[in-house]
Design a protein around this ligand. Structure first.
Ligand code: GLN
Length: 615
C-alpha cells in the first residue's frame, strides 16, 4: 500500500467534532468529585469513584466513546424502561397498563407509596418496575429472567451477563424491595411468588453493561426500537414510544420535572452510576460515573447531559421544521423534457401541452407537513393531466405522511389526474406502505427512472393529441434533422454510401471506448444512448441520427442499445469524408445542423441543472 501523505495522516487522525465535545466533557467534569457512591447495596460501595466513561451512539450506527466507556457496571434502574417495553410487547398493553400507572410520583425511586388505586405510580420507580417483572414472571415463570436478559442483550447488540456479587449483595439486603413486593401482592398487582419475582428483579438490576452498551440501548429507544448497530427491530414502535413517555415524565425520579424542563431529553438513571438518555430520531447517550447526588442520579452524568443539551440546543421541545425544504424542484416538461429526441410533429404537440405534465422532485422525509405543503402547491396552479413525483431522494416516510399521500392520490384520481412515481426502491418500507394504501387506485404508475417516467407521460400526451408514434414506419434520409438543407442529389449520393443494418431488440450497437468510425441514421425502431455507468443520455426514434459524434471525436463515449427491433443506415466515416470533399456546401450544412442539435441538448442539460439549484 502507498504510504499516506503527511496531510492525509493528519486528516485521518483528526477527530470528528462530536468526539472532541465528549473529550472536553470528560476532562472538564472529571474535576467534579461531589456526590456519594451508593452503598445501600454493599457490593456497589466498592465501585471506584474515579471511573468516568461516556459514549454516544448515532442512529446511523456510529458509536463514539471516551474514557472508561468499556468498564462494566450494573445496569440497576436503567433496566426498568427496557423491561417495561418488554412487558408491553410480551403481555399486551392492556394488561400492563391496567396494572401500572403512568403518572409521575414525585417520590424517590424506592418509595413504598402506591397510587389511589393501589397500583404503582409508574414503571420507572421500584414499585412499578417490580410489578413489570412480576407480570412477566407470572406469565413466564422460570423463563422470566432469561427472557429479560435476552431482551436487554438485543438492545445492547451483545450478550449481557450478570454480576453475581452485586446480585447476591442486593438479594441479601433488599428488604425494602421485598416489602414493596408484598404490598403489590396484597393489592393483587402481582400474584403469589414474591420471592421468585424479587429474585428476577435483583438479577435484572445486576446485569452488567458499559457506557457503550447504554449508548446503543438508548439509541435503539431513539430509533423506534431498531438497534442502529445490528439493525434488529428489538421491540415494537408502540412499546418504545410509550417507554420514552414514562422516561420523560418519571425517568429521573423526584428530579424528573426539573430534568425535562432543563435538559429536555428522555432519560433514566441507575444507582450503579449509569445515565441513559435517548433523544428520539437523533441519538443515544450512555455515561458511567459512580458518585450520585441526593436523588440517586450520577453527578457527572447529569453534567454531561446538561452540556450536550445546552451546547447543541437539543431540548426535544425546542424544534422547528420547514416543510418547504421537501421540494427541491417543481417544473413542467416545457422547462425540462425527457431525454427522448422527438420528431418535429411530436415536439409541436408537447410544446402546446407542456403544462400538462408536472414534475415535483422531493427530498428527505415525507412527513405530514411536507405532503400537505406539496398538495397545496399542486392545487395552486392549472391542473396537469400527469403529476410525476420523483422520490429518488426521499429517505423515509412517516406514517402520517404516507396516510396523507394516499389521501392526496385519491383526490387526484377523482380529478382524473394520473400520478406517476419515480425512484421508489422496490423493497423499501416506504414502497410497501404506499402500495398498500394506494392498491385500489388505478391512476398510480411507477417507473424507476425519472427520465423514463417523463418520457412515458410525454408519450401519453402525444397519443392524446393525435400524434401517434409508429415505431415500425420507415423514415427516409430526407427526414433527418442532421441532413436538413441537403439537395436531392446530395442525399442520393449519401444514400449510396449507406449499408442498411438490422438490430434485434436489446442488441448492443455501439460500445463506449471503441473507435468512432461510422455515423448512423435510424430508419425504424428506437435506440437509447447510455454512459457505461448506466446513465441514460437519450432515447432516439426513427428519423434521428446516432453515433454522429464521430464527426467530432475519435472514440465512442457512450453505449448504444436497440430498445426494440430497429434498422439504421450506417455510413463509414472514411466514405463520409469523401462525400464531404465532393459536396463542400452539404458538408457545411451538416456541421451547422450538428451544432444546432448540440446547442439544443445543451439547453436541456442546463435547464435540468438550473431546476435543481433554483427551486
Ligand atoms: N436495584 C436497585 C434497587 O432496587 C435499583 C435502584 C436504582 O437504580 N435507582 O434499589
Amino acid at each position: 500500500m502507498k504510504p499516506l501523505s503527511p496531510l492525509a495522516t493528519a486528516w485521518t487522525r483528526s477527530k470528528p467534532p462530536l468526539l472532541r465535545f465528549l473529550d472536553n466533557c470528560l476532562s472538564e467534569f472529571s474535576a467534579e468529585t461531589s456526590g456519594h457512591v451508593a452503598d445501600y447495596i454493599p457490593e456497589l460501595g466498592k465501585a471506584d469513584p474515579a471511573y468516568f466513561g461516556i459514549s454516544l451512539a448515532t442512529l446511523d450506527g456510529h458509536v463514539y466513546e471516551v474514557g472508561d466507556s468499556r468498564v462494566p457496571f450494573t445496569i440497576q434502574s436503567m433496566s426498568k424502561p427496557f423491561v417495561f417495553a418488554l412487558a408491553l410487547d410480551l403481555l399486551g398493553a392492556g394488561k400492563v397498563e391496567g396494572a401500572i400507572g403512568v403518572e409521575p410520583s414525585g417520590d424517590p425511586f424506592n418509595s413504598i407509596r402506591l397510587n389511589s388505586e393501589n397500583h404503582p405510580f409508574n414503571p420507572m420507580v421500584n414499585a412499578g418496575a417490580i410489578a413489570c417483572t412480576g407480570l412477566i414472571y407470572d406469565s413466564k415463570g422460570a423463563e422470566a429472567f432469561e427472557q429479560i436478559r435476552l431482551a436487554l442483550s438485543r438492545f445492547a447488540g451483545r450478550d449481557l451477563s450478570v454480576d453475581d456479587a452485586v446480585y447476591s449483595s442486593e438479594s441479601q439486603t433488599g428488604d425494602r424491595n421485598r416489602a414493596i413486593g408484598y404490598l403489590l401482592k396484597t393489592n393483587a398487582v402481582i400474584s403469589d411468588n414474591v420471592v421468585g419475582v424479587l429474585d428476577v428483579y435483583f438479577r435484572q438490576c445486576a446485569v452488567l453493561v458499559t457506557a457503550r452498551d447504554i449508548a446503543v440501548m438508548a439509541a435503539t429507544l431513539a430509533n423506534r426500537g431498531i438497534n442502529p448497530v445490528t439493525g434488529e427491530q428489538v421491540l415494537s414502535a408502540y412499546a418504545i414510544s410509550r417507554t420514552l413517555s414514562v422516561m420523560t415524565s418519571s425517568g429521573m425520579y423526584d428530579y424528573a420535572g426539573e430534568w425535562i424542563y432543563r435538559i429536555g431529553i428522555p432519560a433514566k438513571s441507575g444507582v450503579g452510576g449509569g445515565i441513559l438518555a435517548a433523544l428520539p430520531a437523533r441519538l443515544g447517550l450512555g455515561s458511567y460515573s459512580p458518585k450520585l447526588d441526593k436523588h440517586g442520579n450520577s453527578v457527572r452524568g447529569i453534567k454531561v447531559c446538561e452540556a450536550l443539551s445546552s451546547h447543541y440546543d437539543l431540548h426535544m421541545l425546542n424544534r422547528s421544521d420547514d416543510a418547504r425544504n421537501a421540494v427541491i424542484a417543481d417544473y413542467d416538461i416545457g422547462k425540462s423534457p425527457s431525454r427522448r429526441v422527438r420528431r418535429p410533429q411530436e415536439r409541436e404537440i408537447l410544446a402546446a401541452h407542456e403544462q400538462e405534465v408536472r414534475i415535483i422532485e422531493l427530498v428527505g422525509t415525507l412527513s405530514l407537513s411536507a405532503v400537505d405543503y406539496v398538495s397545496r402547491r399542486l392545487a395552486g396552479r392549472p391542473r396537469p393531466q400527469f403529476v410525476i413525483f420523483d422520490l429518488h431522494r426521499v429517505t423515509s416516510t412517516t406514517r402520517a405522511g404516507a396516510r396523507l399521500v394516499a389521501e392526496a392520490f385519491e383526490e387526484l384520481a377523482a380529478l382524473n389526474v394520473t400520478v406517476v412515481l419515480s425512484g421508489v426502491r422496490r423493497a423499501s418500507k416506504e414502497w410497501n406502505t404506499l402500495r398498500e394504501w394506494t392498491a385500489e387506485l388505478k391512476n398510480v404508475r411507477d417507473f424507476y427512472l425519472l427520465d423514463t417516467a417523463i418520457e412515458w407521460a410525454e408519450d401519453q400526451i402525444v397519443y392524446r393529441y393525435g400524434g401517434s408514434i409508429d415505431f415500425h414506419e420507415t423514415t427516409e434520409l430526407a427526414e433527418q434533422p442532421l441532413l436538413t438543407g441537403l439537395s436531392e442529389e446530395e442525399l442520393t449520393d449519401l444514400a449510396s454510401l449507406c449499408t442498411i443494418r438490422t438490430y434485434q431488440s436489446g442488441a448492443k450497437i455501439l460500445t463506449a471506448g471503441d473507435p468512432a468510425d461510422a455515423l448512423y441514421f435510424l430508419r425504424s425502431g428506437a435506440v437509447h444512448v447510455t454512459l457505461p455507468d448506466g446513465v441514460r443520455l437519450a432515447t432516439l426514434t426513427a428519423g434521428m441520427a446516432f453515433g454522429e459524434m464521430a464527426l467530432l471525436e475519435q472514440t465512442r463515449s457512450a453505449d448504444v442499445f436497440a430498445d426494440m427491433a430497429a434498422t439504421a443506415c450506417e455510413v463509414p466515416l472514411k466514405d463520409f469524408e469523401r462525400f464531404r470533399k465532393r459536396h463542400p456546401r452539404a458538408s457545411e450544412c451538416i456541421m451547422r445542423n450538428l451544432a444546432q442539435l448540440l446547442a439544443d441538448r445543451l439547453i436541456v442539460a442546463n435547464a435540468k441543472v438550473d431546476i435543481l439549484t433554483s427551486t
